[in-house]
Design a protein around this ligand. Structure first.
Ligand SMILES: Cc1ncc(COP(=O)(O)O)c(C=O)c1O
Length: 463
């Protein structure tokens, strides 16, 4: 990865790019018209801030298994997988039928207890080593926000340390050091300084720096929590060493801080016991989302040690000192039935392992193409999370203010290259996560992966 960012970019050739863009004009007239309509009433025409949208978003009509179809009748191999939650592939009938049955019986929400809430919580507690109790919330963002509040309530301490570059949703406190490490408040537009004043960031894979921060914090209010994405920032875009999480665990114990694993991406995708099961490191609190409800809405939850979880308001037998969280639609029957049956299917089909094997096959094939064509790109995978770094924009060294200023213009150019690469993938019937990440699913058979590799080969022929 260091070599990739040191050398000049290898984008799609200037003579090939117009052909890619022509494909959108000729084949995506419906999507283009829809995107134009959307722009009039939706800021930027896109509701998903992180969604890929170059040259315009594709309007999807049908999603099934490994395939997406747009409103113009084009078919795509889907490695976005809705941003991660559909580990079983899109719209599996086994889950949908159960959801429809509950909808027919009680609609999506009643505001009172439903059996599926309990069944889902029991199932998650059975699988996740660090989860003794579970509280559902509306999204990963909300769950992170709640977990941080809970950590402060429980420890009565002040600081929260995250790993630079990690994404933990968009709550005021955590739009800090986002995407690129040591960028602090760079993205914190519209967020008062006070909101991030007790958030700190630390470089990935640097336990000594973490220790220094923890030591320093001890003198001024203490550290309530260290918050990590266990595969490394941005779902392993900057992977961590295998023993990093265990080192963080030991440091948290030494300094009396809670360890929070943000398993919004890794939860159930890395295995039913999550990344915590994989690493054998048990966090005090776990944040879940995405795969927790198999792609159905209102996917977020805090799980953790019972003594800590009992500080959450609501339910029977809470303690007097409470961290307030809530949500009118949280834990609704539709979400919970979807989650329960998605996880049962995940268990029955061994989906994390099967999707992981597809990830291995995809990465091996990408590696072969990259080597054969002599490209500087880097492909690697953490099971079903496949990273494909072609522009290296997310790997730029921003570890000091000087370096940040130096790479600003380069980051802009590399980002544009990543967008072009994503557009070229789309024009070849491949939907990716922003042109740089590919989620595999249970639906990715060997035939699907091999078909995808042929298409990647066609794209890389344009470089
Ligand atoms: C690691 C991580 N945490 C939190 C979130 C936020 O979750 P949500 O989009 O459900 O708010 C995301 C979303 O991509 C994520 O990747």
């Amino acid at each position: 990865m260091a070599a990739l960012v040191k050398q000049p970019m290898r984008p799609i050739r200037p003579d090939a790019m117009p052909k890619v863009m022509r494909w959108f004009d000729e084949r995506c007239a419906g999507s283009k018209a829809m995107a134009t309509r959307a722009q009039a009433v939706i800021p930027g025409g896109v509701q998903h801030n992180l969604a890929f949208n170059h040259p315009f978003p594709i309007a999807i009509r049908q999603a099934e298994g490994a395939w997406l179809s747009d409103i113009d009748g084009n078919r795509y191999l889907d490695f976005l997988q809705a941003g991660g939650p559909t580990l079983l592939g899109s719209n599996p009938p086994a889950v949908r039928e159960k959801v429809v049955a509950v909808l027919n019986e009680c609609g999506p929400v009643t505001g009172l207890l439903h059996e599926y809430e309990v069944k889902l919580a029991e199932l998650v507690c059975r699988h996740m080593p660090g989860v003794e109790m579970l509280r559902m919330l509306g999204s990963g963002t909300e769950a992170v926000m709640g977990a941080v509040r809970l950590a402060r309530t429980h420890t009565r301490k002040r600081w929260v340390i995250k790993i630079g570059g990690a994404y933990h949703g968009w709550s005021d406190q955590l739009v800090y050091g986002m995407r690129l490490p040591k960028t602090g408040r760079m993205e914190a537009v519209g967020i008062p300084r006070g909101a991030t004043a007790q958030t700190q960031e630390c470089l990935p894979n640097d336990p000594e720096a973490l220790r220094r921060l923890l030591r320093w914090n001890r003198l001024r209010g203490g550290t309530a929590a260290v918050l990590v994405e266990p595969f490394g920032p941005e779902s392993g875009t900057r992977p961590v060493h295998k023993d990093f999480n265990a080192q963080v665990r030991r440091l948290c114990d030494e300094f009396g801080a809670l360890l929070i694993f943000d398993e919004v991406v890794t939860g159930f995708r890395a295995g039913l016991s999550g990344a915590q099961g994989y690493f054998g490191v048990t966090p005090d609190l776990t944040v879940l989302g995405k795969c927790l409800t198999g792609g159905y809405p209102m996917s977020g939850a805090i799980g953790g040690r019972k003594d800590i979880m009992m500080s959450l308001v609501g339910g029977i037998g809470t303690t007097s000192r409470r961290a307030f969280v809530g949500g009118t639609l949280s834990a609704n029957p539709m979400t919970c039935v979807a989650g329960y049956h998605a996880l049962l299917e995940t268990e029955r089909t061994n989906a994390p392992v099967m999707a992981g094997r597809a990830g291995d096959r995809l990465r091996r094939g990408l590696d072969e193409i990259i080597q054969r064509r002599g490209l500087p790109y880097v492909a690697y995978n953490l099971g079903s999370i496949v990273h494909l770094q072609t522009s290296g924009v997310l790997l730029l060294d921003t570890s000091s203010l000087l370096k940040l200023i130096r790479v600003k213009e380069e980051a802009r150019r590399r980002k544009h290259m990543m967008e072009e690469m994503g557009a070229a993938f789309t024009a070849h019937g491949l939907i990716s996560v922003a042109g740089s990440r590919l989620y595999t699913s249970l639906a990715d058979t060997d035939e699907v992966v091999d078909e995808a590799l042929n298409r990647f080969d066609d794209v890389f022929a344009l470089v």
